[in-house]
Design a binder for this molecule. Structure first.
Ligand code: PGA
Length: 251
């Protein structure tokens, strides 16, 4: 059965000292609370190793926000899948809309990244979602289908044990504008139907599909209550231990 997951994407926020203290605040505020989901945090790359140390003894997992598609070599400033694995990071976020928009990551690059991550046995949180103009033009299902078909829907069925999908409508990221629980459910059901058509019931039933875009304590419970929503990728609200814990415990 698929897992419920709440993942905090910290983006380019927090120094080492702040990373340490936020992890400890989250640990403290989760203490004694029963959680019904995997709890993931994704600090910036420079603080990943520190975060891996800080989560020891807790159920929190540390996730990377990005990695390069090449195995190694002359790619100044980049980090590889092997480097992540080596410091104890087992999951990587790929295809976030900020990477697509500001760093030119297209389907071809993302295909290479996903395959390099999987080759190194990393789990992938694959992000995708339509722009506001796509939704206004009623083209959102086509856009999402093409983002999935051009990157992950070609993968072998056995690899789906290592893939988490994160539907993040770009118009809802960091804007305070959230997709309604019904809009999220409608898209998640569509995504699951694509998995069903491509791979059959077992893959479709077992892949976790997260929603991302202005999830906060006030709306998490309703969004997570939808049948095909298996959790959230949380940006802004994941930087505050109290809010993040409230979202984690919304399951
Ligand atoms: P947000 O970001 O929660 O701040 O909208 C979500 C994300 O970018 O993953």
């Amino acid at each position: 059965m698929r897992n419920n997951i709440v993942a905090g994407n910290w983006k380019m926020n927090h120094t080492a000292t702040q990373t340490k203290s936020l992890i400890n605040d989250i640990k403290e505020s989760l203490e004694g609370k029963s959680t019904h989901c995997r709890v993931l945090v994704s600090p910036t790359i420079i603080n990943l190793a520190l975060a891996v140390q800080e989560i020891q003894g807790s159920a929190i997992e540390v996730v990377a926000q990005n990695m390069h598609q090449a195995k190694k070599g002359a790619y100044t400033g980049e980090i590889s899948a092997e480097m992540l694995e080596d410091i104890g990071v087992n999951t990587v976020i790929l295809g976030h809309s900020e990477r697509r928009t500001y760093f030119g990551e297209d389907n071809a690059i993302l295909t290479e990244k996903v395959s390099m991550a999987l080759e190194n046995n990393l789990e992938v949180i694959f992000c995708f979602g339509e722009l506001l103009e796509d939704r206004l033009a009623q083209n959102h299902f086509n856009v999402v289908e093409s983002q999935l078909k051009n990157v992950v829907l070609n993968l072998d069925a056995t690899l789906w044990k290592k893939i988490i999908l994160a539907y993040e409508p770009v118009w809802a990221i960091g804007t305070g504008e959230t997709a309604s629980p019904e809009q999220a459910q409608e898209m998640h059901a569509f995504i699951r139907s694509l998995l069903y058509k491509t791979y059959g019931k077992s893959v479709a039933d077992n892949v976790s599909i997260l929603y991302g875009g202005s999830v906060k304590p006030a709306n998490a419970k309703e969004i997570f209550s939808k049948e095909d929503v298996d959790g959230g990728l949380i940006g802004g609200a994941s930087l505050n231990a109290t809010d993040f814990t409230a979202i984690v415990t919304a399951f």
